[in-house]
Design a protein. Structure first.
Length: 231
């Protein structure tokens, strides 16, 4: 992708990711936060955390399905914005809901499974955010970094569970998010399965290829001008 298009794409992504925060600030500025402002702000930030999280998880499937390269340039940015929104979402709970009452917060985490799962998702996001720099990738090594960043899927699952657990039964929205996550996971699993089969296939044919090569040197091997025989 050309450098100019890459920069334009990133600028557009920054604008899209910051827009929900700007709209929230507008709502706050115009005192339009509904009957329960704390709940409004928490839910707004929670919704955008989950949307950005799923968007970042969708980048690799987009490349796999359509062969596009540009989504990969956005994966890290979207993931970091998801982390920023999650931190704000958590801060509202910490400051406005409980005002640093650690005992009350501890009880909330233990008593309400949806808070436990939300905290788990946020805790899992920390190492990913901390290792999102190019220097961290170099230090960890590509393979280890990739392994660590597979946690993004566990975070997606925890985020969706958090929402499923806290939402009213009649609310279908968390099920839509769950369906998107299942689809993204299925695409990744399908690709992983295909690659594994291809790898197994290539190791199975390797001895046959070696045999043909060796055959070329043996008395009973192919004569000059004869192609390698298949096993
Ligand atoms: C990756 C992490 C997280 C994601 C994706 C997430 C997502 C969400 C979503 C989608 C909602 C519902 C929004 C709605 O009903 O429209 C929500 C609500 C909520 N979340 Fe989270 N959340 C995360 C972490 C946390 C953490 C760490 C806490 C606190 C410890 C937390 C506490 C809450 C609370 C209390 C609500 C309910 C607010 C209310 O109904 O008034 N969440 N979250």
């Amino acid at each position: 992708m050309a450098r100019r298009s890459r920069v334009a794409l990133k600028v557009a992504a920054w604008a899209v990711c910051l827009a929900p925060l700007a709209v929230l600030l507008y709502h706050a500025g115009t005192r339009d936060l509904g009957a329960n402002p704390i709940s409004f702000v928490t839910n707004w930030l929670g919704d955008w955390t989950l949307r950005l999280l799923l968007a970042s998880l969708a980048m690799t499937p987009l490349r796999l399905l359509f062969g596009l390269s540009w989504p990969l340039a956005l994966r890290r940015l979207l993931g970091l914005f998801a982390f920023a929104y999650a931190t704000l979402h958590f801060s509202v709970w910490l400051v406005l809901d409980h005002f640093f009452d650690w005992r009350e917060m501890g009880a909330d985490i233990v008593k309400r499974p949806y808070v436990t799962v939300g905290m788990t998702a946020l805790a899992l996001m920390l190492p990913l955010a901390a290792t999102s720099t190019t220097a961290a990738i170099r230090k960890l090594g590509g393979r280890n970094w990739q392994r660590l960043h597979r946690l993004a899927y566990a975070i997606g699952v925890a985020g969706v569970l958090h929402y499923l657990w806290l939402a009213k039964k009649a609310n279908p929205t968390p099920y839509y998010y769950a369906a998107v996550l299942v689809l993204l996971l299925a695409i990744r699993a399908g690709n992983w399965g295909r690659r594994r089969v291809a790898r197994l296939g290539s190791t199975a044919t390797l001895p046959a290829v070696s045999r043909n090569r060796l055959g070329a040197l043996s008395p009973s091997g192919p004569r000059p001008g004869e192609g390698p025989r298949t096993a």
